[in-house]
Write a new protein. Structure first.
Length: 575
């Protein structure tokens, strides 16, 4: 059950007032009673001291009857019981009873203390003689250096209780008045404190419901007024921020809705949090939010990509096929919330254009191969019968024909590598033996340029699984470039195992590659120096073929180069 702050404050004060009052009353009543008893004891002690002066002469003369008569008369006048006991405990005189019929009092606490210690004895107990509770004070009677008896003075407790009851009634009246005034003050204080708090509470609920025009105005000048002003200022700020967020959200929704690319956001459990209209059109469904992605996209490669992003916690890009259309799927991992944002770029038209280009290249290459071979044959035939001047022209025609034939061969090879469903003819390959056989092909050029070759391989360098013919083409292209563009110096080839990969480094001391060209050298027909490439017979397709062969082996290739110092190609192939 909800309790208001008013009842909490007032109830708290009520409990404190009642608790403190109870404690004060308990301790004050006990202290007053103790004080009254101590005061009465001292009065009785003073009275007993006076009575001793009267009792000693009568005791010395053994005038016990006269002593008893005196005590009865005196006790009646002062409403106090007086008893005289000798050192053996025999009652000699008593103001209320006949001493002759009273029992021995020697072992009464107050009597015993006075007789044994010579000090005043005191006791509060029930009297078997008068059948009432009484306060006793016993004073020793000294005579001839010894204790001859005891004068005991006592009062009825009912008289004490009567006085104490009157005092307690007055105290209760005073306490009741104090409690009433205290509770009235607590009520006013609780009302004063709780009213502005409740007002701010109601205002905060309206703000939480979206009413940002709510204001709280308090008359009192204290911290609560400052709090109310802070609440008003905060409401203005929230209103401004909310309006800005609403505007930004609308802009973002407009941008996302107008995107041609499909976009979805996934939480760490694979549930779709958001999707734009383009994505819904791609999957041909309007109900995708709050569903697991595997219910919406039943594409194994997409699921593998999401799992890989979750495991590696990094951004990945992959091509996938959905509903007979090609998409470039870009998955971005958000570490702060462990979510994944996926965009789908439609590559269908680009792929169709690429296919048209590829088919065109293949067809043109096939059509050119036959006439080029025929031209080369006729040029070689004419070269045998031509004079010296004609041979120069024929040699130029032959060189350009050879270059066109090489371009056609490389284009056909590249088209073959890019063909969908192309499979490598894999087997166990000894890279050291493969490199040695490749270097034999370049021995004449190496000797002519006086280029040294340093081939190093670890003793336990393992075999790899690969297509020996395609690997040979890849390494021939790289070494061919190293030989062509190195005027002098050496070529180093290093084979070693690294993290379950075969690492192949081919380093030359040639002319090097400027930094601005490094990220484009694997593109088709990209050449750094066209005149030099044409002179050396380059087609601009060699490194593109190298890149494709490395990727087909699930490997990677990188290049590092400095102009004038040489180039290093590094290939990583999985063992």
């Amino acid at each position: 059950m909800k309790r208001s702050i008013f009842f909490k404050i007032f109830g708290g004060y009520f409990l404190i007032i009642i608790s403190l009052t109870a404690l004060v009353l308990v301790f004050s009543f006990r202290a007053i009673r103790t004080f009254y008893l101590d005061t009465l004891s001292r009065n009785l002690e003073n009275l007993g001291s006076s009575l001793k002066l009267k009792a000693i002469p009568l005791l010395e003369e053994n005038r016990f009857e006269e002593l008893d008569s005196f005590m009865k008369e005196f006790g009646k006048n002062i409403e106090t019981r007086i008893t005289v006991i000798d050192k053996e405990g025999v009652v000699l005189a008593d103001s209320d009873e006949n001493p002759k019929i009273m029992e021995n009092h020697k072992f009464r606490p107050e009597i015993y203390r006075a007789l044994t210690t010579g000090q005043v004895g005191q006791s509060l107990r029930f009297s078997r003689t008068v059948k009432e509770e009484m306060l006793y004070v016993g004073l020793p009677i000294e005579r001839n250096g010894g204790i001859a008896g005891v004068v005991r003075v006592s009062l009825y407790i009912k008289d004490i209780n009567r006085l104490f009851s009157n005092l307690r009634t007055n105290i209760w009246k005073i306490v009741g008045i104090i409690i009433l005034f205290s509770l009235a003050g607590a009520f006013v204080f609780a009302q004063t404190l709780s009213k502005p708090i409740m007002e701010m509470s109601r205002a905060s609920r309206r703000i939480a419901a979206g009413d940002f025009d709510t204001k709280v105005f308090l008359k009192n000048r204290d911290e609560l007024r400052e709090l109310a002003e802070s609440l008003n200022f905060m409401t203005e700020q929230i209103k401004t921020l909310f309006a800005e967020l609403t505007r930004q959200k609308e802009e973002l929704n407009s941008v996302l809705s107008s995107m041609e690319e499909g976009l979805i956001a996934l939480d760490k459990n694979g549930k779709i949090l958001f999707s734009n209209e383009s994505f819904k059109k791609i999957i041909e469904s309007d109900s995708v939010e709050e569903k697991p992605y595997w219910e919406v996209l039943r594409e194994p490669r997409f699921g593998e990509l999401i799992k890989k992003v979750n495991q590696e916690r990094k951004n990945l890009i992959e091509e996938i096929e959905l509903k007979e259309r090609n998409f470039l799927c870009s998955a971005t991992f958000l570490p702060s919330r462990e979510e994944i944002v996926v965009t789908l770029h439609d590559l269908t038209k680009i792929k169709d254009i690429e296919k048209i280009k590829k088919d065109f290249v293949i067809n043109v290459s096939h059509e050119l191969r036959t006439p080029l071979t025929a031209i080369k044959g006729y040029v070689e035939t004419l070269n045998e019968e031509a004079d010296e001047k004609s041979r120069n022209y024929l040699e130029i025609i032959k060189r350009h024909t050879d270059r066109l034939i090489n371009i056609v061969k490389d284009l056909l090879l590249l088209s073959e590598l890019e063909e969908k469903g192309f499979k490598l003819q894999t087997e166990k390959v000894n890279l050291r033996d493969l490199m040695e056989n490749i270097l034999k092909i370049f021995e004449p050029e190496l000797k002519e340029k006086k280029i040294e070759v340093d081939l190093r391989a670890e003793d336990d360098f393992p075999l790899i699984e690969g297509d020996p013919f395609k690997l040979e083409q890849m390494f021939i292209n790289i070494i061919d470039n190293a030989v062509k563009y190195t005027k002098k110096g050496m070529i180093k080839i290093l084979l070693k195992e690294e993290n379950r990969n075969a690492r192949i480094e081919i380093q030359d001391t040639g002319i090097g590659i400027p930094e601005e060209h490094l990220n484009r050298i694997f593109e088709r027909f990209y050449v750094i120096n066209k005149s030099r490439s044409r002179r050396l017979g380059g087609t601009g397709l060699g490194l593109s073929i190298v890149k494709h062969i490395a990727l087909l082996h699930n490997g990677d290739i990188s290049v590092n180069s400095m102009p004038g110092k040489g180039t290093t190609f590094t290939i990583l192939l999985p063992l």
